[in-house]
Design a protein around this ligand. Sequence first.
Ligand code: FRU
Ligand code: FRU
Length: 492
Amino acid sequence: TDAAPGFPQPTEHTQKAYSPTDNFTSRWTRADAKQLKAMSDPDAGSRENSMPTEYTMPTVSQDFPDMSNEKVWVWDTWPLIDENANQYSVNGQEIIFSLVADRKLGFDERHQYARIGYFYRPAGIPADERPEDGGWTYGGQVFDEGVTGKIFEDQSFTHQTQWSGSARVSKNGEIKLFFTDVAFYRDKDGQDVKPYDSRIALSVGHVHSNKKGVKLTGFNKVKELLQADGKNYQNAAQNSYYNFRDPFTFVDPAHPGETYMVFEGNSAMDRDDAKCTAEDLGYREGETNGETVEQVNNSGATYQIGNVGLARAKNKALTEWEFLPPILSANCVTDQTERPQIYMQDGKYYLFTISHRSTFATGIDGPEGVYGFVGNGIRSDYQPLNRGSGLALGSPTNLNFAAGTPFAPDYNQHPGQFQAYSHYVMPGGLVQSFIDTIGTKDNFVRGGTLGPTVKLNIKGDSATVDYNYGDNGLGGWADIPANRELKNSKAV
Ligand code: FRU
Ligand code: FRU
């Protein structure tokens, strides 16, 4: 394939599978990520989308319903799953977990105050017969105050918060809630007096579900599972803004009896002397639109060194874990490869992860969205989806103009640029995400609730928006349907 004029060719990736324990990390290279800008229309005018429509979520309207009836801000959300990512209803109720925060806080203050809450709704009702807001009932917070702070040796934290994870249900109604347990140590001006502390943790409880509603019990202990090691995963000593979070567990038919976890990490280099290599750049031999390693390393791009981590359980109870090398690095590409998940289809392994426009490195640009990679195993030489770029589904964005922020969008930006984030890919290619901001600089509203579910047609190394799904591609608001039923008298 020919590269777009002025742009490099993407890196060649074989999709070859390696053993999960091998020391091989696939690279989302700069040559790959440059394909994002390469497919952006340089003539797209003010407030137009510059990205291909087949990879862009249709524009969401400002008059969205709020799924919590103004009770809480809602953002990152995950379903109740089994080891193969099937989504369950329990005794007739669908159940989801969300990060929630008090609506008295500004939406941008949410990260330091996040709590895991849950919602439920009756199962088996088609999306178009449900109430417009998805029909969820807010069940409250999973943990009592104080429970998740106990794992920190230094109890002088000023903010103790619960970040994203995933939830596994067993036949008897036991739930293993994997999440990110975080402590901040700040002064009265909000400055860190010591780096924040982010750990991957597990709490085990039980679901009680019947026609009347859903209750969760037993989430009163937390077991710490993993702390960033500084060898494969950057720690606070190397970078006080390290990213280490968002556990997602699964099994792999190629390795029966093992349970794995993917999570967000950073490459384990010191922030101030991180270096990217020729392999991280990934330019082909003879590339005329490339860059030198020196140029890139002097550009500030070395502050963006995200990776997707892999860990393996050491026991059946999933309470002991060991690190394996990362399965993907995005050195000098992006700093955040958040909420990674493994999605299996047609014998292929898809790695999905979300990234912000603002976390791309110098010289790389792309929309807020979910990025995807395909290979022949959980550890493989992953091929970035869609023209080698990695973009699976982006929010409508104009890469010819600056982004601004969710609280002050750039004047020329498309009203949808911050309409969706924290996408989670569900069985059948359905994708749910939350609304951050919708509208232009002079007229925007903040979200804090789930947006409309969309559907991706995933095949080989491409993923495209299914415009036949829902209303021109937009399905029900906050539609997270179960594809499996669990009926058990122990879970009443
Ligand atoms: C931007 C962000 C999130 C991250 C948080 C850390 O909103 O970088 O992606 O979870 O802030 O405070
Ligand atoms: C994604 C994210 C996650 C993190 C959470 C914190 O939106 O940044 O990576 O767990 O939000 O609020």
